[in-house]
Design a protein around this ligand. Structure first.
Ligand SMILES: Cc1cc2nc3c(=O)[nH]c(=O)nc-3n(C[C@H](O)[C@H](O)[C@H](O)COP(=O)(O)O)c2cc1C
Length: 353
């Protein structure tokens, strides 16, 4: 019996299998709007049999974008083009999900294929913000330290974008608390040296994450699953954000009503050293799942169906997120399942497996 192709019910949503498309920025929006690129990019992965297809990191405000070409949901005009995408994904029998994000001190950068780096103001860039004025690396811009009233506005921006996500037809919302973006910056003592209620001890540093989570859940009700993506460790060889901190935060997020922790790692410490190998983050997922007793998703160099099955069988995760393998093969899930009945009706009589 395949675990990968077993459905899973989370709150009101039944997700048809556990082979899920991880969020991937494509830097292809103008003014944060979805367009035909996103419809075909995400739609083809839904046609390809993935149980859940997640929209890329979607900024809750213009300053929360990684680049001027990021997806956004900071105004109502951005809802309509997303509806076309969620409708198509749903018609394929897949679950449309969205990742809501604020890039914090890593905002205002160029498209990767133009070399990355900072975008200047006269090229459409802006001043990045963060918990403290500590830059990510010696090449990064120095972020402006957020005032309390600005933090309150960011919390509201997450809530408003979550409501717009529901209106746009998304059935799962993921809060991006990972990869050295704003919320992760607050979590970590290496990027947060505030002296107010959002800085200092563990309880204060997690306050932004827990407030966003609880206000989003209050605003959208208790039927739509809400996930949180964490960098389970930031590989800092001192008092950084680590597995133990993530377990404590996951327990707290569970008590607030977060349904699943999407277990990633890194990207807040520019000198990080990671041993990249197949399934290199699965151990984090297993620990969070066991110790915080919450559903988890594993991600990171998972490419083979036997590998994915083994992770699920050994209780390493409840679902598998994949990114680059889905870029190589949008039909990965259909090939992995080896069941002709799962293919689109339009194709079934013409293919042999
Ligand atoms: C092109 C690209 C864009 C990405 N954009 C995002 C993103 O928007 N949000 C996010 O949390 N992770 C993002 N990631 C990380 C992936 O979701 C995933 O965690 C990572 O690539 C490891 O999975 P993989 O080995 O299956 O690619 C991105 C990765 C790639 C390759």
């Amino acid at each position: 019996m395949s675990k990968l192709f077993e459905s899973i019910k989370i709150k009101n949503e039944v997700i048809k299998n556990r082979a899920w498309v991880s969020p991937m920025c494509t830097y292809s929006s103008i003014d944060g709007m979805a367009n035909d690129w996103h419809l075909v990019h995400l739609g083809s992965r839904a046609m390809g049999g993935s149980g859940l297809v997640m929209m890329e990191a979607t900024a809750v405000s213009p300053e929360g974008r990684i680049s001027p070409w990021d997806m956004g949901l900071w105004n109502d005009k951005q809802i309509e083009p997303m509806k076309k995408i969620t409708k198509f994904i749903s018609e394929c029998g897949s679950t449309p999900a969205i990742q809501l994000a604020h890039a914090g001190r890593k905002a205002s950068t160029n498209r990767p294929w133009l070399g990355g780096g900072n975008v200047s103001k006269n090229e459409g860039g802006w001043d990045p913000v963060g918990p403290s004025n500590i830059p990510y690396s010696n090449k990064s811009l120095i972020p402006k330290e957020l005032k309390l009233v600005e933090i309150e506005k960011i919390i509201d921006d997450f809530v408003l974008s979550a409501k717009r996500s529901v209106e746009a037809g998304f059935k799962v919302i993921e809060l991006h608390f990972a990869h050295g973006y704003l919320v992760h910056e607050f979590l970590s003592p290496i990027s947060n040296n505030r002296e107010d209620k959002f800085g200092g001890n563990f309880e204060n540093r997690i306050l932004l994450a827990t407030t966003i989570a609880s206000k989003v859940i209050d605003a959208i009700g208790n039927t739509i699953p809400v996930f949180a993506r964490l960098s389970v460790t930031e590989y800092y060889p001192g008092e950084g954000w680590d597995l133990e901190s993530s377990i404590k935060l996951s327990k707290k997020l569970k008590s607030i009503g977060i349904d699943l922790i999407d277990c990633s790692s890194g990207a807040n410490y520019s000198e990080q050293k990671i041993e990249i190998k197949p399934g290199y983050q699965v151990g984090f997922s297993k620990e969070i799942r066991n110790q915080a007793e919450i559903l988890t998703g594993a991600v990171g160099l998972i490419t083979e169906s036997t590998q994915a099955e083994e992770i699920l069988e050994s209780n390493g995760a409840d679902a598998i997120f994949m990114a680059r393998e889905y870029l190589r093969n949008p039909y990965w899930a259909l090939h992995a399942e080896q069941n002709k009945d799962s293919w689109p009706l339009q194709y079934q009589r013409s293919i042999d497996l």
